[in-house]
Design a protein around this ligand. Structure first.
Ligand code: SF4
Ligand code: SF4
Ligand code: SF4
Ligand code: FES
Length: 606
């Protein structure tokens, strides 16, 4: 059977076209015919467990699940007879009677619950079966989400999502019959799980209130929210976000299904760290007076900076930026660079060579989804590029792709690897082993990071490429470089100096004026305050200006603090690891007196 072959069948008397290999549900959906579903989910394997999608096929006495039954050319399907309605209604009543679905105290009540929605559609106003009312536990040990077994309908959407999308298979079903229970690592909790990455994809997949986000609970109904699509600010992969907001605050963050690389999936950072972490926001300019930071107006803060600068004209004045800033902020900094002695962007060690004029990458999604081998060199996707780690896990677990990990720190990916070596030996025997693992590989992908830019990393890369040159068949590896900073590529392209060793950079000449443009970087504020910088900041600087969205030990010691917008309030662009320019759009109004980073830089050096 050819999957591109067109087939014709009749659904509810309408002649419908589909492709060979599609299910009845897929053909019906493509022809605008609605069939109720609960356990089915796009891009997951069909399970056929809930029986809400049952349909009648002419000539067959049995009803069949449309989500798991192939469409047959010439068949006649009925999706909405009284018999089907009654069977579906009975299914719903059984689901409601099995556990404690007390809707008024569920965060999904009134509009967000797939089960309740079907109950409304099928007129379930009473239950004919006795309620079992088991006393099932809740697992609220996870940082971002919880699981209330009482609301679980055992649809396995979470199990299949965890297995097939995040690629870890943390979840499964234990026991039999009415004792069925979703389990985490067989006998762990979310808080103690050694495999769960906290990506939250299972929560996004759950049709009921069983899996729920703690931060979202009772913030607002999703169907009453405004949805804005923007770009994840947490790493250079640049996944698309669909941000749900209500009454000027974020209610929930999902992956954008139309985003080419993530296709709706996010890692923990994108889904939760963007908004669900408690952080203390800076909403107005502050000036140090008699040793204490006091709120002032923008005019006062800017005038103070100018006054001190004018009083000390022969300074070594320096501006250092976070790699999270937008391209537009980078360009603004570049435009005022002649008013300062040096301007730079703080990169990770060895990141400069990775981000200086990289070749744009094409076809990355296809390469990642078709690879039959992944070689990781000096890169840490589980920590730094969560979405890429999910592609690697999927490849290994679903396509039996080979996995070789060289010069990377320990991570969950080690457990899937054919070879995982912390420090690579250049000995012949080791490379013979590598060649053996890669012998039959046809479509390899080589993911490399900052540690591949060291002399030993380059030597390993050369050996690897030599292994591929000597192979009898197969493509050369697709080379995919993964920087660390969200917009390191864009900011270096905007003309900012790549600074990998901040200590040496600052020590090169005694700095008296330091302007740190942190934006909404919530980690640099802490990292900056390491001991070696602390002495500089507190003892030798005449003026420390910190431009930031969040309080940190650094802002606490600044002479002037300027409030910056967060990613959720900004307009601008970032350049991701493929070289694509991606938009940041404001999803909530600017808080207090915060301003965009580019506008602040322009005002300070006007
Ligand atoms: S959060 Fe992600 S890794 Fe953890 S159980 Fe859910 S889908 Fe699996
Ligand atoms: S927790 Fe949610 S997604 Fe998982 S089986 Fe239960 S109802 Fe389905
Ligand atoms: S992989 Fe990167 S861009 Fe994608 S969700 Fe995670 S942190 Fe955000
Ligand atoms: S949606 Fe088809 S059986 Fe559940």
């Amino acid at each position: 059977m050819n999957a591109t072959q067109t087939i014709t069948l009749t659904i509810n008397g309408k002649v419908c076209e589909g492709r060979a290999g599609q299910t009845i549900l897929e053909v019906a959906t493509a022809n605008d015919i609605y069939i109720p579903t609960l356990c089915w989910m796009k891009d997951r394997s069909p399970w056929g467990g809930c029986r809400m999608c049952i349909v009648e096929v002419a000539g067959s006495p049995k009803v069949v699940p449309a989500c798991a039954t192939p469409a047959v050319a010439g068949s006649q399907i009925t999706t909405n007879s009284p018999r089907l309605h009654n069977l579906r209604r009975m299914t719903l009543e059984l689901l409601f009677s099995e556990r404690n679905h007390i809707c008024p105290i569920c965060p999904m009540n009134k509009g967000d619950c797939g089960l309740q929605h079907q109950a409304y559609l099928h007129g379930v106003d009473s239950i004919r079966f006795p309620y079992l009312y088991p006393a099932l536990p809740m697992d609220v040990s996870g940082r971002y989400f919880g699981l209330d077994h009482n609301r679980c309908i055992l649809c396995t959407r979470c199990v299949r999502t965890c297995d097939e999308i995040e690629g870890v298979h943390t979840l499964d079903i234990a026991n039999r019959g009415e004792r069925n229970l979703i389990v985490v690592d067989m006998h762990a909790t979310f808080g103690t799980s050694e495999t769960c990455t906290s990506c939250g994809a299972c929560v996004a997949a759950c049709p009921t209130g069983a899996l729920f986000d703690k931060a979202q609970t009772y913030r607002g109904k999703l169907h009453t929210c405004t949805v804005v699509k923007t770009t994840c600010p947490e790493c250079p992969v640049g996944c698309g976000l669909a941000v749900y907001t209500r009454e000027n605050r974020i209610v929930e963050v999902f992956g954008d299904p139309e985003s080419p690389l993530c296709a709706g999936h996010l890692c923990r950072k994108g889904r939760y760290e963007t908004w669900a972490e408690p952080r203390r926001r800076i909403t107005q300019p502050m000036l140090r007076h008699n040793g204490e930071l006091k709120p002032v107006s923008w005019d006062e803060a800017l005038a103070h900076i100018r006054r001190v600068r004018d009083a000390t004209p022969v300074w070594e004045s320096v501006l250092l930026a976070s790699p999270r800033l937008t391209n537009e902020a980078g360009q603004a900094i570049h435009r005022v660079a002649d008013k300062l002695d040096r301007v730079g962007v703080w990169l990770a060690p060895n990141e400069g060579a990775l981000v200086e004029a990289p070749e744009p990458l094409a076809d990355v999604r296809r390469q990642l989804t078709e690879a039959d081998a992944f070689i990781l060199l000096g890169v840490q996707p589980s920590r730094d590029h969560g979405l890429i780690a999910s592609y690697v896990r999927r490849g290994v677990r679903q396509r039996q792709a080979r996995l070789i990990i060289l010069n990377c720190r320990r991570s969950d990916l080690d457990r899937y690897a054919d070879i995982a070596v912390r420090e690579v030996s250049l000995e012949r025997a080791f490379w013979a082993q590598v060649a053996e693992v890669l012998r039959d590989v046809q479509r390899p992908v080589l993911l490399y990071g900052t540690e591949a830019m060291t002399p030993i990393g380059v030597a390993v890369l050369e050996r690897l490429l030599a292994v591929f040159e000597q192979k009898a068949s197969g493509e050369a590896p697709a080379l995919i470089g993964l920087p660390i900073g969200t917009n390191s590529i864009g900011l270096v392209a905007a003309g900012l100096e790549a600074v990998e060793d901040v200590g040496s950079w600052l020590d090169a000449k005694p700095v008296r004026y330091l302007h740190l443009v942190l934006g909404d970087d919530h980690t640099l504020g802490e990292r900056w305050f390491e001991e070696k910088y602390r002495a500089l900041m507190l003892e030798t600087l005449d003026l420390l200006v910190v431009q930031a969205s969040y309080e940190s030990p650094l802002t606490a010691h600044a002479h002037v603090v300027l409030p910056a917008c967060t990613w959720a309030e900004k307009t601008g662009t970032v350049t991701n690891f493929e070289g694509r320019t991606l938009p940041l759009k404001p999803v909530i109004p600017v808080r207090g007196q915060a301003r965009d980073d580019a506008a602040i830089v322009e005002a300070v050096y006007a």
